[in-house]
Every structure is written in C-alpha cells, then in structure tokens.
Design a protein around this ligand. Structure first.
Ligand SMILES: *Cc1c(COP(=O)(O)O)cnc(C)c1O
Length: 234
C-alpha cells in the first residue's frame, strides 16, 4: 500500500475558524474584522500554506527560523510572516531578515539583536512582548510585573517597535482554564497604555482550543494551527 497524505479541507477549516471568530466577537460586542487570524504552520508543508492563503488567510505564523526561511521562499509573496516560537539570540539576525512581526520578545538583548539587523536594512521590526501569564517556570516570557520596564527598554532600541503583547495560555482542554490569563493580559495592556502612553495595538492570545475565550477577553490576534491544518505530525 502506498502511503498517502491525509486529505484536509483547509478552506473549510478556515471558514469554520472565521465563524468561531465571528461568534466570539459578537458575544463580546466587537466587530469580527478587528480580529486578525494568524495561521500557524509549523511542520506543515508549503503546499498547504498556499491553500490557506487561497482561502483568504494573510498572516502565517512559524515557530522555527530555518523552517520558516525555507517555506517562505517556497510559498512566495502574498503573506505576512510572524515568528510565534521562542527566539534564541544567535538566530535573531536571521529572524529579523525573514519575519514581518516577532511575537516572542522577552529580553532586551533579543530586541537589540533584531534591531541591529533591521536598522542595517533600513527597516523597523514590529514586535510583541511575550508575557508569562501562568507563572509556570517552564514557560518563556517576561513576568507581568516586569513588562513595563521591558516595554520602555525595547522601545528605546532602534530598529524595533513594540506593537503589543502576546501570551500562551496554560494548556488545558478546557478553554475556561486559560481565561483568567487572557483577562490578566488585557488588564495589563490597559494599564500599560495609561502609564506609558504607548499604544498596545495587538493582544495576541488564543489558539485552536481556546481562541473564542481569548476573543471574549479582548484578543485581536489569534494563532490557529491544528484548527486550520489538522493534527501535526508528532
Ligand atoms: C503551535 C502554536 C500555536 C498553534 O497551536 P494550535 O493548538 O495548533 O492552534 C499557537 N501559538 C504558538 C505560540 C504555537 O507554538
């Protein structure tokens, strides 16, 4: 028997996710157009990424710098690429050359390494500060009480601009478990805006299993992988 790739209805999945976004936005009294969908394609081939773009997706999220570099050149133009995985300092320069937004800045040294590259290229990188809202030791991200200091330090770096906050909710099949973390990030964003005058344009929170709860709590950027591309190879 020949091994075949399981068929996946990517356009149908995108439509279902968009319905979920619309329902959650409606419950929260917000407009669905305010909410940006990032299709997270780690371990997914370029062909499927193209199918997602054909279904109207405009933002692609990746976790690994090298994988993204190869895929982006295969996929070609027509999307904005987001780094949603942890970034090591020795990869920051190459990440800066590949991505349109880096969502996982949690140290000023990383921002400096990104900025060196973007400045040299005459660009500015949009970055989000990753916040550890669960307090789990294993998680990347800055602690909530340290975000204000990091925001000011990163915004002083040339070649980068903080556009918002990102968090990964504690993983639990029950989306209600992550809701307090989403609320914490939204509260933090409001407080930061009041205290620093910096506009927190994006709140990146919510994945396939909990994006509706995240939107209800204020997310305007959701990161969906399996909900669009199906289960990842393990
Ligand atoms: C993989 C990943 C996602 C997508 O997760 P799904 O559960 O497949 O939707 C979102 N955000 C980050 C940071 C990820 O690493």
């Amino acid at each position: 028997m020949s091994k075949s790739v399981e068929p996946i209805d990517i356009a149908g999945n995108v439509a279902r996710v968009r319905d979920g976004i619309a329902r959650a936005a409606d419950r929260a009294g917000r407009r669905p157009e305010e909410i940006k969908l990032v299709a997270v394609s780690k371990l997914v081939g370029a062909e499927r990424v193209r199918e997602a773009l054909a279904a109207g997706v405009t933002e692609i999220g990746e976790n690994y710098v090298q994988e993204a570099a190869a895929k982006r050149s295969e996929v070609g133009e027509g999307a904005r690429w987001h780094l949603v995985g942890h970034l090591q300092r020795n990869k920051a320069g190459s990440a800066a050359a590949i991505f349109d937004m880096i969502q996982t800045v949690d140290r000023v040294r990383i921002a400096e390494a990104i900025g060196r590259r973007t400045e040299a290229d005459g660009r500015t990188m949009e970055v989000l500060l990753q916040v550890n809202t669960s307090g789990e030791e294993s998680k990347f991200g800055v602690r909530p009480e340290e975000v204000e200091g990091l925001l000011e330090a990163v915004n002083a770096v040339r070649g980068v601009r903080v556009e918002g906050l990102m968090t990964i909710g504690a993983w639990d099949p029950d989306p209600e478990r992550a809701r307090p973390e989403f609320r914490l990030l939204a509260d933090l964003a409001r407080r930061l805006e009041d205290r620093t005058g910096v506009e927190i344009k994006w709140l990146s929170m919510g994945m396939s299993h909990d994006f509706e709860a995240a939107i209800e709590e204020g997310a305007n950027l959701v990161r969906i992988g399996t909900g669009i591309f199906g289960p990842r190879p393990r």
